[in-house]
Design a protein around this ligand. Structure first.
Ligand code: ADP
Length: 278
């Protein structure tokens, strides 16, 4: 089953509450806004590749707002079944009723459907996306015999982190070749500092220092740090600092501790925190 934590829905700016939805802040890194806009206009499915916490989800939220489409987000995991995406018959006291899954809803409503971390889903689940990614733009619902044509405005977006569990999980070439891919990475230092300052309200010099720390920590990747600090972690540290937690302590709690349980690596990271905020 897909629970509420797995799916989220964002209404378009012109939807339920006109003009109420604020623009999700997104600082572009390159030409991704333009390319995505063209993909949407042409009905092409889009794959966002990049490390966790680098802005992929924010980008999709921003694009849904720009394109004035509702956004339905599905967090993928290995229990996710085709029925979780498409729908199922439910037994009620009046008999059985069909209930659309989130993918079917998006196809009917002409929403953007965003499958986050799509490699986490099993192949037999991912394969239901295939007919939606070619010129047919159809979703066959075997259980009801319906062949659903995607409503205008429907867009399929998936994300995945190529560095994560690379040997264990990967997308099949037959799936990959159905998407236009946009490469994401952590923003350039100046841009990342702007984002951290804007998202948290921290002063620019402190935001720049946090980014400098992040760059030093990211260099530890070669020395065994499996996951490097994301922009999301920098924003979290900055939010703590803005609310009165001493900056070094904020970095230890929001950046160092989440990244590693290894005592030696954590000590090396704390040394870098001290060296950055002397
Ligand atoms: P991902 O989906 O790649 O795991 P998110 O989109 O959730 O990452 O990004 C994490 C946070 O980083 C966002 O909530 C936002 O605060 C910040 N962020 C990262 N990149 C950008 C960007 N280019 N513009 C605005 N905010 C960004």
């Amino acid at each position: 089953m897909v629970d509420a934590a797995t799916i989220s829905q964002q209404q378009p700016a012109g939807g339920v509450q006109p003009d109420a939805a604020p623009e999700p802040y997104y600082l572009p890194g390159a030409d991704e806004v333009e390319v995505f806009t063209q993909c949407h206009a042409q009905g092409l499915a889009v794959m966002l590749k990049g490390p966790t916490g680098c802005g992929k989800t924010r980008f999709v939220e921003h694009m849904a707002w720009r394109l004035q489409r509702p956004l339905i987000t599905i967090s993928c995991h290995d229990d996710l079944s085709a029925s979780d995406l498409i729908g199922r018959f439910l037994i009620t006291h009046d008999g059985t009723v069909w209930q659309d899954g989130p993918l079917t809803r998006a196809v009917r409503e002409g929403a953007l459907c965003y499958l986050d971390e799509v490699v986490e889903a099993r192949q037999d689940t991912v394969v239901v996306l295939h007919p939606l990614t070619d010129h047919r733009r159809q979703l066959p619902i075997d259980k009801t015999g319906e062949m659903l044509q995607a409503a205008p405005g429907f867009g399929l977006v998936v994300s995945y982190n190529p560095g994560y569990q690379r040997m264990l999980k990967d997308l099949k070439p037959s799936t990959r070749q159905r998407f236009v891919a946009l490469d994401f990475d952590f923003p350039a230092p100046e841009a990342e500092a702007r984002i951290v300052a804007r998202e948290s309200g921290i002063a620019e010099p402190d935001a720049r220092a946090l980014v400098q720390l992040a760059q030093r920590l990211r260099a530890l990747h070669d020395r065994g740090l499996a996951e490097v600090p994301s922009t999301r972690l920098l924003v979290a540290a900055a939010q703590l600092a803005v609310r009165g937690v001493e900056l070094r302590r904020a970095c230890v709690h929001a950046i160092v501790a989440p990244l590693s349980d290894d005592a030696a690596l954590a000590a090396a990271m704390r040394d870098l925190v001290d060296a950055t905020f002397v």
